[in-house]
Design a protein around this ligand. Sequence first.
Ligand code: NAD
Length: 271
Amino acid sequence: MDKDLFSLKDRIVVVTGGMGQLGQQYAGALLDYGARVAILDVEPRTSHLNERVVAHTEDTLISLRADVTSKDSLEAARSEIERLWGVPHALVNNAALDSAPDSPDQENGPFESYPESSWNAVMRVNVTGVFLCCQTFGAQMAEAGRGSIVNICSIYGLVSPDQRIYTYRGTEGQPFYKPIAYSASKSALLNLTRYLATYWADRNVRVNTLTLGGVFNSQDRRFLEGYCARVPLGRMAQENEYNGALIFLLSDASSYMTGSNLLVDGGWTAW
Ligand SMILES: NC(=O)c1ccc[n+]([C@@H]2O[C@H](COP(=O)([O-])OP(=O)(O)OC[C@H]3O[C@@H](n4cnc5c(N)ncnc54)[C@H](O)[C@@H]3O)[C@@H](O)[C@H]2O)c1
């Protein structure tokens, strides 16, 4: 077998939301596999990057302020990447909101009063943002006749959140619900992926979804107990445990894979 099957040497990879918990993990892994990484985030300060990532120079890593909900902002980022390095080979649509920032109190209340503004804010980043990034960078890749796009999904886009593991967060008779918008938004990516996979297949741009389970982030003990009891492997993921799947999807190791969903969830959806 070709030892370089997973190599990303000199491939230009755009990672949206690259300043976040998983985005930084991805950036580090991509750099390790030889890629040039362009981080796009509304929070682009390199001082926030972990040490492993920040050790790289502008030759292999750039961090740009870009808002995935703004076509102008994405086009400006695209011009800058093209000026520095050329047309990207890959796009990781990783930026997302779980709950909207400054969410009103009803955010975690009953579905019946879930605010339309929260729904719109989450949909705007998680669905429209992916749509705009695919338009901006995917079109360029299609024109170049090569590319790989990975849309990051969640188990909550495949199955409903198990509200029982959140009940401990209720206060003074007010129940807590994990809201609907995140689930619906992530679910939308599954068919956005299939649509674009078939649409761009003849231009050699592969499009896949990578669906993740929950990542350990020093959550409340009560949440961890409830969550881990629902996982066949009995634990949350470590933040570096999705890197292998991402490298696989972006590299030639997955050259015959498109329109698919790679599910890495510790078995959450298996029972
Ligand atoms: N962490 C988990 O447990 C988990 C589980 C399943 C799926 N996921 C998915 O993985 C991805 C990353 O999650 P994370 O935990 O690292 O999240 P995070 O909140 O740590 O990072 C998200 C990043 O997206 C950026 N962002 C938000 N809005 C943006 C916008 N409009 N334009 C550009 N950037 C924007 C934020 O600034 C942030 O840096 C998300 O798609 C999330 O849904 C995460």
